[in-house]
Design a protein around this ligand. Structure first.
Ligand SMILES: NC(=O)C1=CN([C@@H]2O[C@H](COP(=O)(O)OP(=O)(O)OC[C@H]3O[C@@H](n4cnc5c(N)ncnc54)[C@H](O)[C@@H]3O)[C@@H](O)[C@H]2O)[C@@H](O)CC1
Ligand SMILES: Nc1ncnc2c1ncn2[C@@H]1O[C@H](COP(=O)(O)OP(=O)(O)O)[C@@H](O)[C@H]1O
Length: 291
């Protein structure tokens, strides 16, 4: 039996308490495929990410989702980004079809949306399926009909909510809670500590990441990890109003632990982090198996 590890103390935000989300907590939110699973039953993620300006974000999100594990990835972004995704990951499918969850917005400038992306945002928002909104898709929350999790960093939250950047930076825990209340959506606010607030009042905080993670593209990888976790837990999301918050905190823990593994105390690249995700998940699964 493993020794019991003391849970870190609760972080008191001004408006709600945040319970630390530990690797043991995260381990319970990894879907391990069963013998009777097939690619569709495991979960299909639809991704509308990347643009001519930022095709790399699409590649990082797709790589991260596939390394986290899912039945199928449907990449439905613009043509140039799609060809980069296919060059790295020929298993990605680029034709529309059924999905269990959506990831929208990484690598997209909301002031410069192309027609295909706008149409696909509309279809995803109206599907009623669980949806992860990142970077250029934060505003899509206003059109959605299903469960939503948003993944802004400080500047994105300040812009989307119309709050001063200094205020968000001074009290990120409070800002995440306020956004979750106002938007009636789960909010994951990125930073050295990542705060997850759900509209029901749940607060979770993940702090497993080394500061070496502060590098361009790290958030695009987090989006892919979360997208895969959401696509493989559609039943749990339908039955538990806080499942999205727990999955978001789990994504942050997986991301932070993979970053620590890739870093080994020194600099990391985002592809290095992504390559460390399968071993990170195997480590979490073996923890939950030993309980
Ligand atoms: N390889 C890729 O394709 C990458 C794409 N990314 C995408 O890029 C888009 C913009 O993301 P950001 O996180 O940069 O958005 P931010 O809201 O942080 O910044 C927007 C813009 O403000 C300027 N800016 C802000 N702070 C600055 C500073 N301290 N020094 C210099 N310029 C500053 C930059 O011109 C930047 O493009 C998102 O769609 C994101 O997903 C980024 O994730 C980086 C990697
Ligand atoms: N100082 C830090 N320590 C630990 N993690 C960090 C730090 N700064 C940023 N991060 C993490 O790195 C990622 C950066 O995401 P984001 O700002 O969206 O970057 P990008 O848009 O370039 O992909 C987030 O997951 C965030 O939590």
């Amino acid at each position: 039996m493993r020794p019991t590890v003391a849970r870190p103390p609760i972080v008191n935000g001004m408006t709600r308490d945040y319970t630390p989300w530990t690797p043991d907590d995260a381990a319970a939110w990894i879907a391990v495929p069963r013998e009777d699973d097939d690619k569709y039953r495991r979960g299909v993620l639809g991704m509308v990410t990347g643009s001519d300006q930022y095709p790399g974000a699409a590649v990082l999100g797709a790589e991260a989702a596939l390394h986290t594990g899912l039945g199928m990835l449907r990449y439905l972004g613009p043509e140039r980004a799609a060809s980069f995704v296919l060059q790295r990951r020929p298993e990605a499918v680029t034709s529309p079809g059924r999905v269990q969850a959506w990831l929208l917005g990484s690598g997209i400038d909301p002031s410069n949306l192309d027609g295909v992306t706008t149409d696909r945002f509309r279809v995803a928002a109206g599907s009623g399926l669980p949806i992860v909104l990142d970077a250029g898709a934060l505003e899509v929350r206003e059109q959605t009909s299903g469960p939503v999790v948003l993944t802004p960093h400080f500047r994105e939250l300040s812009k989307a909510a119309g709050w001063k950047l200094d205020e968000v930076a001074a009290d990120p825990a409070g800002a995440a809670a306020r956004a979750a209340d106002e938007w009636q959506a789960t909010v994951l606010l990125k930073g050295h500590r990542t705060y997850v607030a759900s509209p029901s009042g749940l607060g979770l905080v993940a702090s497993s990441a080394p500061s070496w993670l502060a590098t361009a593209g790290a958030g695009d990888a987090l989006g892919g990890i979360l997208g895969a976790l959401v696509a493989t837990h559609s039943d749990e999301i339908a039955n538990d109003e806080d499942a999205l918050a727990r999955l978001a905190a789990t994504a942050s823990v997986v991301h932070g632990l993979a970053a620590a593994r890739a870093s080994g105390g020194g600099p990391l690249t985002v592809l290095g982090l992504i390559e460390a995700v399968p071993a990170t998940i195997a480590g979490l699964v073996s923890r939950s198996g030993s309980r």
